[in-house]
Design a protein around this ligand. Structure first.
Ligand code: AMP
Length: 130
């Protein structure tokens, strides 16, 4: 059985895609902690990020770096915070979250409710900076 994130990467479930290559895929988190909150995943289905092969983990981070640079330009925030949780979806992923202060990374913050138009606008803004 494939994970929800595998289905997203294959286009079987819709997402607000930011970028992909042969091995990795990036898309907007549907319950964002901040505008532009993005998830990057390996297409290879591995649950726990630290079970990834060294080379895949390294390349995942290099892919994440490109996305983070584009996010920072598009959203004009101070930093892109990077976080791994993985308790909800059993498919390795890195959260990339635009932040201006430490508390923007707090998991107890309420998630944003964005319209489809807002998601599309944010995704387009990030893609334009890639
Ligand atoms: P975690 O596994 O704890 O790192 O959290 C999984 C993240 O995936 C949460 O921030 C969810 O909002 C996000 N998420 C779950 N399903 C989807 C989906 N279909 N599209 C985009 N993001 C999702």
């Amino acid at each position: 059985m494939s994970t929800i994130f595998s289905k997203i990467a294959k286009g079987e479930i819709p997402s607000y895609k930011i970028a992909e290559n042969e091995d990795f895929f990036a898309f907007l988190d549907i319950n964002p902690m901040a505008k532009g909150h993005t998830l990057v995943i390996p297409k290879k289905e591995v649950d726990y990020i630290f079970d990834l092969d060294d080379e895949v983990l390294a390349k995942l981070n290099i892919f994440a770096k490109k996305i983070a640079i584009a996010q920072k330009e598009a959203l004009q925030c101070l930093r892109i915070g990077s976080m791994v949780i993985g308790l909800e979806v059993p498919h390795a992923h890195i959260h990339l979250i635009p932040i201006n202060k430490e508390s923007d990374m707090s998991l107890s913050n309420p998630r944003l409710k964005l319209s489809e138009e807002e998601f599309i606008e944010i995704a387009n803004a990030i893609k334009a900076k890639l």
